[in-house]
Ligand binder design. Structure first.
Ligand code: GEK
Length: 244
């Protein structure tokens, strides 16, 4: 059950731009929005399956933190080869969770999935072999990010992995300008107008605050992850695999 409605949310001029929220309107166009907005999104989801296949261990839990419509959940579900794994998918948007439940119900696979509406900061994470946070930490208040990563580390078993995908900022302002400009060009070539790009950017300004790659790696290391590798990068989007 996929959602093919096209995203026109910011196509009309707005006098006032309010902060972006994951409400019903966003949910109704989410598939289209994320594919046309995040360079490499489909690759990150597809490779989440590849990583889960390798790292999910028998009798452990796998987490999709900030699951939206469950794309990473389904990727993991169909990748997991180990016995008796269970996936917990979490999102704090009621509209996302409702639609995610329908999508997961329509999918058939032996691996059980629990879909929970909660702030990921309030979730208990335990006995994890794979935790996935694809494009979500960026939406948490910067002051809560260390705590979130620490909570994942503490709930992960030795040998487990965290897949962390994020939009990033660059320390060098010329490089930052280049990456942002390529990201905007990516969106334009996917049919968004300059006005749509700029109104969406304004709406996300206080909501999506990117860290630099160095900040992510420092946070992962300080939480205790012994190594983190960038396994995917496209313009200002990266994905890391961090190992306990
Ligand atoms: C995917 N991972 O398709 N607690 C729980 N959920 C949250 C929180 C929070 N504190 N903050 C934001 N969210 C998905 C894509 S989208 C990325 C993730 C994007 C949720 C929010 O409701 C939304 O569903 C998701 O994180 C971010 O791989 O839209 O750029």
């Amino acid at each position: 059950m996929s959602n093919n409605k096209s995203d026109r949310i910011f196509s009309e001029y707005r006098e006032r731009i309010s902060d972006f929220v994951f409400d019903e309107q966003v949910v109704s166009v989410f598939d289209d929005m994320i594919q046309r907005s995040v360079p490499g999104y489909a690759t990150v989801i597809a490779m989440t399956k590849v990583i889960a296949e390798q790292y999910a261990s028998a009798g452990s839990n796998c987490y999709d933190l900030g699951c939206s419509l469950g794309a990473s959940t389904l990727a993991m579900r169909h990748g997991i080869a180990a016995d008796n794994c269970r996936i917990t998918a979490v999102d704090n948007s009621a509209a996302m969770v409702e639609k995610c439940r329908k999508i997961v119900e329509a999918d058939s696979c032996d691996v059980p999935v629990d879909i929970i509406q909660s702030d990921i900061l309030d979730m208990k994470i335990e006995n994890a072999s794979v935790a996935v946070m694809n494009f979500v930490l960026q939406f948490l208040a910067p002051t809560r990010r260390d705590e979130m990563i620490q909570k994942i580390y503490d709930g992960t078993n030795d040998g487990g992995v965290l897949v962390l995908s994020e939009k990033i900022a660059y320390e060098d302002s010329d490089e930052d300008d280049f990456q942002i400009s390529m990201h905007h060009n990516f969106k334009k070539l996917h049919g968004y107008s300059d006005m749509e790009v700029s109104q969406k950017r304004k709406s996300l300004e206080n909501v999506l605050i990117p860290d630099t790659l160095k900040t992510h790696q420092k946070r992962l290391s300080e939480a205790g992850f012994k190594k983190s590798y960038v396994w995917f990068k496209c313009f200002n989007f990266v994905s890391l695999a961090a190992f306990k």
